[in-house]
Design a protein around this ligand. Structure first.
Ligand code: BES
Ligand code: MN
Ligand code: MN
Length: 461
């Protein structure tokens, strides 16, 4: 039996196991779920062991544990380090889900006629991570494991992977591999495979603007005292100019611009502006002048308000001039930019821009560096061949708009490149209510991964 036949025979069980792990609410950001996060790690460890991995460990960290496991076949074969994450984003706003986020259901949609699993983490990243466990099982049970493999599945990706960084630095020998294989990104469409050859970096900031020493009656004091909410909104609005360029001095200094030839190549990938607007329910797109929607979400840096609050937000009305206002603001970075430098520029700008009638505090949260992966490498070719084999079409190289901060660290600390062979879709609603993952995508991933191992071993000979 080959691995595809094995998949065919075990489809239902592979699905049921995924549904089982999706039922555990492994929200890394919320300490209330710490026990569930632990149970999820134990689930992954147990399944790796059952599939035939050796030296399976649940490695404790200062935060959530890392699951490790390996299978050594032959010193002459290359070693693949599989990275993924079993933690998920918080499910809120829960009231916007059509079914409970941790009670997966399968429904058909126009985009997923074979059915899609609705649950938090279905695509990001439990569904995609678990494909690797099942592909490994398939290779083990059909005698077709053609590479050595090490699994490193973490529980803190959605909160910045700080402890994984420490783990990597402390375990360089143990993690020694030739390439990192990751499925935590998306492709263009189910009939248009693509492989991300870049990811953006991230600098995440929190700001506080404080005015008067207490909340004030807005009639008695309003008009004479600067309102921190108004000031904060003005400061935020001023960070984009009329061309939607970011106004922080020096922000674009290190951006490596993409050549016109590369931009023309990128523009060939199928993309419908109309379908994009329709999907999001917006009349117009928005963004930096001179760039397309795809470019704005891949090769250009951006600045977004992730949250903003202050004053009275309860039921009814309360006439108040708030003492303070806050916002969480993040910037997506592109190759050339450095998250620490950008955080410093933001801080300096924001502190300077504050008028004398308020005090501002700027704190930096987690960040991460952008990555670019070559398309002429053995690993990219192996991934492209694997996808071509199972989709019947050559995948298009694309640049992802999201961030996986640890990828840059793999290169810096372990000296190895990553290949981002993702099977999700942008429309799978990652981080949003009603996240989903197509059954087509789940099974296609399990079918494709063993071919990556096969072609990677062949190309390394
Ligand atoms: N899997 C995503 C990143 C992603 C999604 C990359 C789609 C490309 C396409 C990952 O889990 C994620 O959400 N990363 C965070 C960063 C993290 C530090 C919270 C992000 O991009 O916001
Ligand atoms: Mn992810
Ligand atoms: Mn995510």
């Amino acid at each position: 039996m080959n691995h595809s036949e094995y998949l065919e025979q075990n489809k239902d069980r592979f699905l049921n196991e995924l549904l089982e792990i999706l039922r555990i609410p492994s929200v890394s950001a919320d300490s209330k779920y710490a026990e569930d996060v632990k149970r999820t790690a134990a689930f992954v460890a147990e399944k790796l062991k059952a599939a035939g991995a050796d030296n399976v460990e649940i490695c404790p960290t200062a935060g959530h544990p890392i699951v490790y496991g390996e299978k050594f076949v032959d010193a002459a074969l290359p070693t693949i380090l599989v990275y993924g994450h079993y933690d998920v984003q918080p499910a809120d706003p829960v009231e916007l889900w059509h079914s409970p986020p941790f009670e997966p259901v399968i429904k058909q949609t126009e985009e997923h006629p074979e059915g899609a699993i609705y649950a938090r983490g279905a695509c990001d990243d439990k569904g995609q991570m678990y494909m690797h466990v099942k592909a490994f099982e398939s290779m083990m049970n059909t005698g077709s494991l053609t590479c050595n493999v090490k699994f490193m599945i973490e529980g803190e990706e959605e909160v910045g992977s700080a402890n994984l960084g420490t783990f990597i630095k402390a375990n360089k020998e143990k993690l020694k591999s030739d390439v990192v294989l990751v499925s935590d990104t998306s492709m263009i469409a189910n009939d248009t495979p693509s492989i991300d050859v870049g990811l953006r970096g991230l600098a995440y900031m929190e700001v506080e603007v404080v005015g008067p020493n207490r909340d004030l009656h807005s009639g008695v004091y309003g008009g004479a005292v600067a309102n921190p909410a108004t000031i904060l909104c003005q400061m935020i609005a001023a960070m984009h100019d009329e061309n939607n360029h970011i106004t922080i001095p020096g922000f674009y200094d290190d951006v490596i611009t993409v050549s016109d030839a590369d931009r023309a190549e990128m523009a060939k990938a199928p993309f419908s502006e109309e379908a994009y607007k329709k999907d999001l329910g917006i009349a117009e797109t928005w963004g930096e002048k001179g760039y397309s929607t795809v470019e704005r979400t891949s090769i250009r840096p951006t600045l977004e308000v992730n949250g903003i609050w202050g004053g009275y937000i309860g039921e009814g009305s309360k006439t108040v001039l708030p003492s303070k206002a806050n916002a969480k603001i993040s910037m997506r970075l592109v190759p050339g930019q450095n998250s620490h430098k950008i955080s410093d520029l933001f801080k300096a700008y924001f502190e300077n821009a504050a008028p004398a009638n308020v005090k501002v505090t700027v704190t930096a949260h987690h960040g991460g560096e952008p990555v670019l992966t070559p398309t002429d490498s053995v690993e990219f070719r192996a991934a492209a061949m694997a996808m071509e084999k199972t989709f019947g079409k050559k995948p298009i190289p694309t640049r992802g708009g999201g961030s996986i901060p640890i990828i840059a660290l793999f290169e810096a600390e372990l000296g190895i490149k990553s290949v981002l062979m993702g099977f999700g879709l942008d429309s799978d609603a990652l981080h949003s209510p009603n996240e989903k993952y197509g059954l087509f995508n789940y099974y296609k991933g399990i079918e494709t991964i063993p071919y990556f191992y096969q072609f990677y071993a062949e190309l390394n000979k």
